[in-house]
Design a protein around this ligand. Structure first.
Ligand code: ADP
Ligand code: MG
Length: 273
């Protein structure tokens, strides 16, 4: 597998208002591979957003390196090029909408000046929002607004999209819309995805998961590897998906189940067998 982003011993410190140093990242080393769907989980304050902001040079390392498509984020001349490779989607869709009509919003996003109309149409189609092109963004649902924000990033044709808790402000239906949209972009357009979430059902959709605590990576693996380590997850202050928790509880009661059960379908299959 080919790396798109190489992170080597990355450390990041903030200085808070009292002048104290806050060690938000304490030595993260991670390769993000081309075409993968990577989920990032971890309790509040574990450093997820700080890590995300290094991936398109919104933050620069205090120590260590972040290399995006061969370009060092610390080298200022790479900035524009890096931001074309890696787009960011944030939590609040309302803060990311700038225009009064959906297609104009995609066209006039922060970095999108001069993007040709065909790219705008393609981007809206890719998130399933073509029929809303002429609508007013403020009348859309949260999930639809967030899909417009994703289209705004897609219009630049990035290799990688980083989404920092994109579903935190959405209802369950909106959350499903977003995770399905992102999965489709990953599978059909081969866009590398870094997806930060508090929702384990969303993280389950990823190819690989990293779990953070106190600015370091504490666990990493495939969803079935991560979510069957119920005790370790709880120690990090994280939930397990419902079916994985149920499988764990059933085993504790002496019921024999196959290994690696994390989804409702798998648990149902196993119990009916
Ligand atoms: P997460 O996204 O996992 O909740 P963050 O990366 O936002 O974690 O924060 C990691 C740590 O850095 C936390 O202790 C947080 O309080 C601190 N932090 C984040 N942003 C700033 C900032 N701008 N100034 C000072 N401290 C910050
Ligand atoms: Mg955060």
């Amino acid at each position: 597998m080919q790396s798109l982003i190489e992170i080597k011993n990355l450390k990041h410190s903030y200085i808070d208002t009292d002048g104290n140093e806050i060690h938000a990242l304490n030595g993260v080393s991670l390769d993000i591979y081309k075409g993968e769907f990577l989920a990032v989980i971890g309790a509040n304050g574990s450093g997820k957003s700080t890590l995300a902001r290094h991936l398109n040079a919104l933050l620069l390392p205090t120590e260590g390196k972040c290399i995006v498509a061969g370009m060092d984020t610390a080298d200022n001349k790479n900035l524009w090029n890096i931001r074309q490779h890696v787009g960011m989607v944030f939590q609040n869709p309302d803060n990311q909408i700038v225009a009064a009509i959906v297609e104009e919003d995609v066209a006039f996003g922060p970095e999108n000046i001069g993007v040709p109309p065909a790219e705008i149409r393609n981007a809206l189609a890719a998130v399933g929002m073509t029929e809303y092109a002429k609508h007013a963004p403020h009348l859309l649902s949260g999930g639809q607004k967030q899909r417009v924000a994703i289209a705004g990033v897609l219009a630049l044709e990035p290799d990688c999209i980083v989404l920092d808790e994109p579903t935190a402000m959405l209802d369950p239906r909106g959350r499903i819309e977003i995770v399905n949209t992102v999965k489709k972009l990953n599978r059909e357009k081969n866009i590398t995805v870094v997806y930060i979430t508090h929702y384990m059902e969303e993280a389950m959709q990823a190819d690989r998961i990293i779990a953070m605590e106190h600015g370091v990576i504490k666990m990493q693996g495939k969803p079935e590897e991560i979510f069957t380590k119920v005790k370790e997850l709880h120690a990090l202050g994280l939930e397990t998906p419902l079916a994985a928790q149920a499988a764990f509880d059933l085993r504790q009661k002496g019921i024999k189940l196959a290994d690696g059960i994390i989804s409702n379908e798998e648990l149902t299959e196993e119990l009916c067998r």
